[in-house]
Design a protein around this ligand. Structure first.
Ligand code: ATP
Length: 408
């Protein structure tokens, strides 16, 4: 794994071979900056999203969720500064606005709007609705998971820089005087969660973004960077957006976006801290962290050492031989029972190829446990459970698989 280009190629190839990520529109020669997630990539993404939602929304009292529209009134993007300022330099010295334009409506009524380049503005545009509907007390946050689009001038590095991607963002509203305290709290929360899902801490770094390089709305930004095989690059970001967005929208829309503090009887526009996570970059960072090659029983293998809660599949169930109906029937029964007993778990049934091939396949997907049903199972209802990382096998009662693997 010394050769860095080589590692990227290996990951891209594994993703295609095993159904994680395919080049977008591939049968037409692809389409730069767009990728399609296959079944296992999708499950990996879903696991990350669920853990994120569980940690930052369901697991807290002060967070609300939202699913706002992807296309907003163009005035939102004029006010937020994106129409005038969301641009990248081009090679000939000009600037190119990276928002995707689209035409909404027909004929003379058509207006130009944009595919959102960040999910955050849908949150700010709904701030008043949240005050009215939920009467939240500060501090509180609004979280959104959804697609964002940027017409990147040169999309590259697999799913790192794409033109369509997914963000998980929180706008956490506070009183101005508390911003440092909450910035620090979110910095720790972000780092803790990123490491907890299995991103290699040795590759994770925090970068204090200097004044000149910060976005126009931010007074302080920390980028969480990751050592990708192609260099140290931004994985996620934490920004103190002040009251810039709410104030701008309040002025431009003339809606009252101020908050009334019941205790102090003050009326003011809240400030906000923004933890912003890029889902596709997290997927890539997890794959880079988990990818390994070793030797097991004298054979070389590729293995994804993903945490069980992140892995696309947690348990693979095999009948030792596919041509023995009794074994297949018994294995199917155990597989169905696992499915019925845990809604959190993904199990698959696999009787394709010999057992060695099935192990290799599951190792490449990152499946932590393989359960094999053999002739002894028919006698005493025990199965073997093989551990992905050690290759060790243990016999346990089929009814105790969830307990043994701690997946129940
Ligand atoms: P970069 O400097 O790499 O272009 P950015 O600073 O423009 O990123 P932000 O505007 O802070 O990114 O967006 C928040 C998050 O959205 C990023 O931390 C990243 O995870 C994700 N993201 C941004 N642009 C892309 C992209 N083109 N492809 C995939 N993810 C992206």
């Amino acid at each position: 794994m010394e050769d860095k280009t080589d590692l990227m190629q290996k990951i891209v190839s594994l993703c295609k071979r095993r159904g994680f990520v395919f080049p977008g529109s591939e049968i037409y020669g692809g389409f730069a900056g767009f990728w399609d997630y296959g079944h296992y990539g999708l499950m990996l993404k879903q696991n990350i999203k669920n853990l994120w939602w569980q940690k930052f929304v369901r697991g807290r009292e002060d967070l609300f969720g939202i699913d706002s529209a992807i296309i907003l009134n163009p005035k939102v993007w004029e006010t937020s500064g994106h129409v005038s300022g969301f641009s990248d330099p081009t090679q000939d010295g000009g600037r190119f606005n990276t928002m995707f334009q689209t035409s909404v409506g027909a004929g003379e009524d058509a207006v130009t709007s944009y595919l959102r380049p960040e999910t955050a503005q849908g949150i700010f545009a709904n701030f008043k609705n949240y005050l009215d509907a939920f009467s939240p007390a500060l501090p509180f946050g609004i979280a959104q998971i959804g697609k964002a689009f940027r017409n990147e001038i040169s999309p590259r590095d697999f799913i790192f820089r794409t033109r369509e991607f997914e963000q998980m963002e929180i706008e956490y509203f506070i009183k101005e005087k508390n911003w440092q305290e909450f910035f620090e709290e979110w910095r720790k929360e972000m780092k803790g969660w990123i490491e907890n899902i299995g991103v290699d801490p040795a590759r994770l770094h925090e970068l204090e973004v200097p004044d000149k390089e910060r976005a126009h709305y931010s007074k302080r930004t920390i980028d969480f960077e990751f050592d990708f095989p192609f260099g140290r690059k931004e994985l996620c970001g934490l920004a103190y957006r002040t009251d810039f967005d709410l104030k701008s929208h309040m002025e431009a829309s003339s809606a009252d976006l101020s908050y009334f503090d019941e205790e102090t009887k003050e009326k003011f526009v809240p400030h906000c801290i923004e933890p912003s996570f890029g889902l596709d970059r997290l997927v890539l960072a997890l794959l880079v962290s988990a990818y390994d090659e070793d030797e097991m029983n004298g054979e070389k293998r590729i293995v994804l050492r993903l945490k069980p809660e992140i892995a696309p599949v947690q348990i693979a169930v095999f009948p030792l031989l596919r041509n023995k109906p009794q074994l297949v029937e018994k294995a199917r029964g155990i597989y169905q029972k696992l499915k019925a007993n845990s809604s959190k778990l993904t199990d698959i049934f696999d009787d394709n190829g010999n057992i060695g091939k099935r192990y290799r396949r599951q190792d490449e997907i990152g499946t932590p446990f393989c359960v094999t049903i053999d002739f002894q199972t028919l006698e005493d209802d025990t199965v073997t459970i093989r551990d992905r990382d050690t290759g060790e096998q243990e016999r346990v009662l089929s009814g105790e698989i969830l307990q043994f693997t701690k997946l129940g």
